[in-house]
Design a protein around this ligand. Sequence first.
Ligand code: NAG
Ligand code: NAG
Ligand code: NAG
Length: 441
Amino acid sequence: MPSKLHHVHPTSLMHPNSILLALVATLFTTGKACFVEHIARAALQTTGPSICVPSASPPTDNIFAIGNVRVFNGKGFGISEAVLVKGNQVALVGGATIPGVPTVDGAGKFLIPGFIESHVHPQTCSDLSVLSGYGVTTAMNMACLNYTQCARLKSQIGTTDYITAGEIACGTGSPHAVAFGVPPQDTINAGTNLPTLVDYTFGNGSYMFKIIAEAGGPTTQQQTALVQATHGHDKLAVTHAARLENYEEAIESKTDGIQHTPVDGLLSSSQINQIRSQGQFVIPTMEFFKIVFANPALPPVLGFPPGSSYANVQTNVANMHEAGIPISPGTDAIGNFAGANLPFGRTFHCELQNLAAAGFGNAEVIQAATAGAAKLYRLSDRGSIAAGMRADLVLLNSDPTLNISNTLDINSVWTGGVKVTNIQAAKGQSCDALVVASPAV
Ligand SMILES: *[C@@H]1O[C@H](CO)[C@@H](O)[C@H](O)[C@H]1NC(C)=O
Ligand SMILES: *[C@@H]1O[C@H](CO)[C@@H](O)[C@H](O)[C@H]1NC(C)=O
Ligand SMILES: CC(=O)N[C@H]1CO[C@H](CO)[C@@H](O)[C@@H]1O
């Protein structure tokens, strides 16, 4: 059973900021170490067949309409109209119905663009399938640990579209390097040739460059060099930061997207102004922190300093939002391991509710989860319902601008024009139960 994680020692997992690591660390602390290898390997391996949905054919000859439906326009829903889909794109929006094509009756229903999950870790076709069943039609995968395997999940038909960062750029011996089994030669120390590392990442088909700012991680100067090399490729840099000191590094580096929110205190107004004036965006992953702080054993396991709280997360998000910093929903979901519950998809809808609770209007949440995220991640082919856009569509039975939890009231989902057959979401599904259960071994 060769595994880089075979020799991981529990004490090296004391400062992680990922739910995966939380689960692994929890298993260590509960003495279930025999499970650790299994879990860590499962999480590391982006496995699966090369075709995720064998029954889905390329939608070249696809043509259908959704008639008499109220279409989300970025601010709310307009009058009932028809949406024509041809191939994998929306061909036309307008008129009440479109005669002569198979039509789904949208009367009394609400059509929104497919959701973009801005921070997630799917590893298998099955993970993508669950996401699509929750109306998440694009997954921004925040770490690739094996480029061959990640390549298999790309450009799949009939399931969530998978867009991935490269291997994480973390410090030699840092918590992320150890926990994710990053080969030492791929980690960063004083002698690392940073532009070469960035070239390698983009040479292996990565969409964006992921930096880990943490204790033992790359210095601010190194982060800045990585961001500059990434921008030399005309690509996006995104940076993990969950503590104030690491947030400051991410701000200084001028990375494009800061992932997570500081837990250990409040960002100053000058930091917030700097994030905004530098045009940086933030994916706060509130649901991840909500789950962590709902499980009293986890914050210490994660090494969060005293005084860390979900209240800090909420206040930071509210302050950044008020300042006009672009924010989109992401979860850090890694899946369901050993009875611990951090599911794909459902957590995303919980994150929409968290943003609403932090002061976003309901329509603003929908916009942030669709067109807003598309803009931040430069996905110009999706995020809104208009001619020429990807036919990533979610048909809701009830109005999400009246109650944000209505995003769970899903009637149908199409991804790239292909209908998703395994709807997972249901009206009234609660977020309350989303706490990490004791691992059942
Ligand atoms: C990466 O994945 C491929 C395909 O599953 C596998 O053959 C290869 O051994 C993996 N590489 C590493 C370093 O694990
Ligand atoms: C929104 O819908 C949920 C689930 O149906 C319900 O529990 C909640 O009370 C509703 N909120 C409001 C403000 O109506
Ligand atoms: C899977 C993959 O694309 N691997 C490539 C990563 O980059 C190196 C260096 O260019 C190539 O040799 C690999 O084939």
